[in-house]
Every structure is written in C-alpha cells, then in structure tokens.
Write a protein that binds this ligand. Structure first.
Ligand SMILES: [Zn+2]
Length: 250
C-alpha cells in the first residue's frame, strides 16, 4: 500500500506544538532532523505505515523539544560592515584586539601586533576595494599563521596521550565546520577557531584527533574525547552558541 506522506503533522510536548513533515526515503528506520532554522523533517521508509511513523515521532517528542530549545540559544552572526576601519574589534583566543589601519608608501601590506592592537600598514594609493581585500587577506594570513603554530603544538600535546599521530595538519578556509579528519589521516582546521577560547580550540583539536582512532561519533569516540577533556560538553555547546560570531566583520 502506498501512503501519501508529504503533508504536515503536529507533535505536542508540554504546551508547545511542533510541526513536522514526513519524507519517504530508501532508509530502513525513522530518522528525525531538527534543522537549526527550527524546521523538523522526519525521514521514513517507503513502506512504513503513517501511524507507525507518527508513533515513532511521538516517542521522540522530548528529544525534539530539547533540540529546538538548544538551537534557539544560537547567537546570530555578527553584522557585517563595508570596510575594515581603525578601532574595529577582532577576537583572538577570545580576547578583544583592536585594529589600527595605517596608510603607508610600502608596496606590500603587512600586519604587526603590539599588545592588543593589530596594526595594518596598507599602501595609500590602492582603490577602496583593493584596500579592503588587502587588509582582509593580511589579517586572515595572520590568523592562519597563528593557527598553524598553536594547533600544531596542541596536536602534539594530545597525540602523545592518544597515541595517534596525524599524517599532517592543514589550516584552511572552511565554511560551517571547525575541523575535519581526512581518510588519509590529515587533520584540517578552520582558521576562525583561533577566535574562540583556548579550551574550545582544544575541544576541536581533541575531537579531530579522536577521529584518527574512530571515524564515527560512536560512544567510544566520545569516551576518548572525554578522557582528554572532561569539560568538553561545555566547549562543544559554547561553539554551538557563539560559533557564528567567530568571523571578521568585513
Ligand atoms: Zn566529528
């Protein structure tokens, strides 16, 4: 029997109603996806009867409500501005640094950190667009260099305990993720992680290193993460809440 399963349904938890949509797929079990935007999609096998699917969703209603609540804590991305200007804030290891832009007659744009200020020297003859691009590139390179040094040190420290050594470490421009582990055993890290507090950076390092041992997010994977960082849940959640704010404003 073929059931029409693409209409909206409601699951109740407490005083709240949550709308969800059922999608038929080739999977063998019911899977529920709670999107960060709040929409709920339930994937079910083609031949599963609708009341069985609805029952499965009802059994998971507390999980759905918790997931929605968790996603509501996420802070929006920081507002963007047209161009980097002096006085603008950038974060490094969760500390606030200020940007100071100087016009210079040097050809090459460069950045110098003095205490909590990043001084950027940029050629005065550049057009506005080129100037913004140059400043952004030189600051991203600054973060990448810092990340390469710092993360390599942390990887070395934790790989000693885990007895897992990566084939390489690469700092990349990655959207939406903090890190990943390739099947070849190379660890990739998003340079923006250097804006986070050090324990959050450590969490990402430990997470990716643990993938060398266990590619899935299995119970033994999380045991391994916890053995090295007992407070990892706090930093995982910190990244979930504040992650979108870890970016440059231009
Ligand atoms: Zn992972």
């Amino acid at each position: 029997m073929i059931l029409k399963m693409d209409s909206h349904h409601i699951v109740k938890f407490g005083k709240k109603n949550y709308r969800y949509k059922i999608e038929k797929t080739h999977r063998k079990t019911v899977g529920i996806i709670v999107d960060p935007d709040g929409s709920i999609i339930v994937r079910a096998p083609y031949d599963m009867e609708e009341n069985i699917v609805i029952e499965a969703v009802n059994r998971k209603r507390k999980w759905i409500a918790d997931k929605i609540k968790y996603n509501e804590k996420v802070k929006p991305p920081i507002p963007k501005i047209q161009e980097p200007i002096s006085g603008e804030i950038v974060r490094y290891k969760n500390n606030i640094y200020h940007l100071q832009v100087h016009n210079s007659d040097e050809k090459k744009t460069r950045v110098v950190r003095v205490c909590r200020t990043l001084h950027v020297y940029v050629n005065e003859d550049l057009s506005d667009n080129a100037r913004t691009g140059e400043i952004k590139n030189v600051i991203v390179d600054w973060y990448k260099n810092k990340a390469r040094k710092f993360i390599t040190k942390r990887v070395r420290r934790y790989s000693h305990y885990l007895k897992q050594v990566p084939k390489g470490i690469k700092i990349r421009e990655i959207k939406l993720r903090w890190g990943s582990c390739t099947p070849e055993g190379i660890l990739l890290f998003n340079w923006r992680i250097m804006m986070a507090p050090v324990p959050a950076i450590d969490y990402v390092v430990i997470h990716e290193l643990s993938h060398l041992h266990d590619p899935d997010h299995s119970a033994s994977f999380w045991d391994m993460v916890e053995s090295l960082q007992p407070t990892y849940r706090k930093w995982k959640e910190w990244l979930h809440i504040y992650g979108k704010q870890l970016d440059l404003r231009w």
